[in-house]
Design a protein around this ligand. Structure first.
Ligand code: HEC
Ligand code: HEC
Length: 275
């Protein structure tokens, strides 16, 4: 999973505090795959966080910066201000750390539980330093973000650092039988998933109903999520206009009795190629 990281942040920390490199202008260098080096000024940290938030296949694939009626996840403008009011007794720093390491602990009203994955797990796989940077950036969107706040984020992060492992085990538990994306492509066609979804290779089809565009969906989700999406569409209902019927349930049919196991796993294999 380490090689998933296209970004490396070197944060200079000492026990109990940080060393600030004066007010030097942050030095950010970024190659296509090369590491980003930041000096830890408030500006340096939020800049690095911004680049993580906005880079390809990252937070911005779901979230928006500004009002967007099509956005399926919360608009981040002003999140720095509302963070301290989200949960009684929880500071903004604590809320940010909880929302990225344990997104289901508090679910923003109007959005589904289970859609956002802990950001230290695949597919995002951010390391602890990157997480400080990205939460610092969000904190700065409407909040009063200063050097004191960096310290608060680092302190709030401590308890989550201990939870990191078990990832590889959880991944391995979801064993997939032999399945091929090419077959999944055919199943997608036979089952007429394209009646609602746009997906690579189905450009000639015009969906009749509204549903999420599946281009790039694998950058945000894993096999387990795809399994649930197909078999139990109501487990996580993605937010979007026309996605639910009058009964409040997803308009997507449940495919639990219409697919063979092989078809199901082939479909998942196909969805996993949609990066
Ligand atoms: C697959 C879609 C998806 C991706 C990718 C995603 N999020 Fe989220 N996020 C959500 C949803 C849905 C919610 C609202 C439900 C909830 O609270 O869990 C949310 C909520 C949040 C909140 C709380 C916002 C508030 O208003 O209180 C924060 C903070 C957050 N996400 C940060 C991030 C960061 C940082 C990343 C990238 C590393 C990220 N998210 C990537 C779907 C996503
Ligand atoms: C009648 C329309 C319809 C059909 C047919 C349909 N879907 Fe969906 N699908 C939806 C809607 C609407 C959503 C969003 C609401 C939800 O989460 O259930 C969705 C959600 C999904 C998601 C989650 C997307 C995301 O961005 O998180 C996946 C994956 C998916 N569908 C795959 C499939 C596959 C594979 C098929 C064919 C076997 C299929 N769908 C058939 C309407 C449909």
């Amino acid at each position: 999973m380490k090689n998933f990281l296209s970004l490396c942040i070197f944060i200079f920390a000492v026990a109990g505090g940080f060393v600030y490199l004066g007010n030097s202008i942050p030095q950010i260098k970024q190659g296509a795959t090369g590491p980003v080096t930041i000096t830890l000024t408030v500006e340096g940290l939020t800049e690095a966080g911004k680049s993580i938030f906005e880079r390809e296949n990252s937070c911005l694939t779901c979230h928006s910066l500004g009002e967007d009626p099509k956005a399926r996840c919360p608009n981040m403008i002003g999140v720095g201000e509302r963070a301290s009011q989200r949960k009684p007794g929880m500071s903004a720093a604590e809320y940010f750390m909880e929302s990225v390491y344990s997104p289901d602990a508090f679910v923003v009203e109007g959005y589904p539980k289970g859609q956002m994955k802990p950001v230290n797990r695949p597919p995002a796989s951010l390391n602890d330093d990157e997480i400080v940077a990205v939460t610092a950036y969000l904190y700065s969107l409407g909040g009063n973000f200063d050097q004191d706040a960096i310290q608060k984020l680092a302190t709030a992060q401590e308890k989550y650092k201990k939870f990191v492992p078990t990832i590889e085990v959880a991944e391995a538990e979801f064993l997939m039988p032999e399945a091929y994306p090419e077959d999944g492509f055919d199943v997608f066609n036979e089952m007429k998933c394209w009646q609602c979804h746009k997906a690579p290779g189905f450009e000639d089809k015009e969906p009749e109903k509204s549903a999420p565009d599946l281009h790039g969906v694998a950058a945000m989700q894993d096999a387990e999520y795809f399994y649930d999406s197909i078999v139990f569409p109501n487990k996580v209902i993605v937010k979007g206009e026309g996605y639910v019927g009058e009964d409040g349930r997803s308009i997507m049919p449940e495919f639990h009795d219409s697919l063979t196991l092989r078809q199901l796993y082939s479909l998942i294999a196909f969805l996993q190629t949609l990066k």
